[in-house]
Ligand binder design. Structure first.
Ligand code: C5P
Length: 233
């Protein structure tokens, strides 16, 4: 898979997400991210239905549990035929390896598996105070990325600001999937460290995850096309 724009479909019902996706008639079908909100509201059926409409899917459920539980859960997700799924690198190497085993189908194929390093909502202070991790944040993120790579994963979710360093440390083929993208003149909302799609391209992101700049735009299709033009073309 080459560079692409993944649209974060953070809606709370099937009706709302179809109302959004129906606008893309005649356009390239966007790569869609389904997160916890939509998945917990509508269940696995929403994944099957969006897949049946011809969209690629990043199922963003961020698994984190004991290895055996994650392995079994991943086997179920693999049956949903998603393209990318994810977990927390904090679950350790054993959990990441078990996840890969669970995800791999009898014919050897599997969805891509990427790891969340530290959430972008976690800052240095809360990491030190609550998690008792005292290394600098960028070192922690790079260490988690290396651990994920060593476990056999395909990439990480990170800020576009970290994409270059992750590639340096883990290789150009190790995927960086980066939220925190805004148009130059756009509202940042609750995202703090942001880049434009063009800057993310420059920084080496493989996939940008874009939510509100597309879903809340007056013309979502135009906003999506602009993202693709800036990031992919
Ligand atoms: O609307 P916005 O473009 O901020 O959406 C970004 C999406 O990426 C949301 O679904 C958010 O949950 C997700 N995400 C993020 N930062 C992370 C991991 C995921 O913004 N570190």
């Amino acid at each position: 898979m080459g560079k692409d724009v993944i649209v974060a479909c953070d809606f709370s019902s099937a009706q709302a997400v179809y109302g959004f996706l129906d606008k893309f008639q005649g356009e390239k079908k966007p790569f869609v991210k389904i997160g916890m909100e939509l998945y917990y509201a509508e269940g696995p059926q929403i994944v099957r239905q969006i897949k049946a409409r011809g969209h690629k899917i990043f199922l963003d459920l961020k698994l984190h549990d004991i290895p055996n539980t994650v392995k079994k859960a991943m086997a179920v997700l693999s049956g949903l035929d998603v393209d990318i799924c994810n977990l927390h690198a904090a679950g350790t190497t054993a959990m990441m390896q078990a996840a890969l085993e669970g995800l791999t189908r009898p014919d050897g194929t599997r969805p891509l598996l990427i790891a969340v390093t530290q959430l972008t909502s976690t800052d240095q202070q809360s990491m030190e105070r609550d998690l008792l991790i005292h290394e600098p944040m960028d070192q922690v993120v790079l260490h988690y990325a290396e651990t994920a790579k060593a476990a056999g994963l395909d990439g990480v979710v990170c800020s576009p600001l970290e994409a270059g360093k992750v590639h340096e440390r883990c290789g150009a083929g190790f995927l960086t999937v980066t939220p925190g993208v805004r148009f130059a003149e756009g509202d940042k909302g609750d995202q703090k460290r942001v880049m434009t799609p063009a800057q993310a391209k420059q920084a080496g992101s493989d996939y940008i995850v874009v939510g509100r700049p597309i879903t809340a735009a007056a013309d979502p299709v135009a906003a999506y096309v602009r993202c693709v033009e800036e990031f992919v073309d």
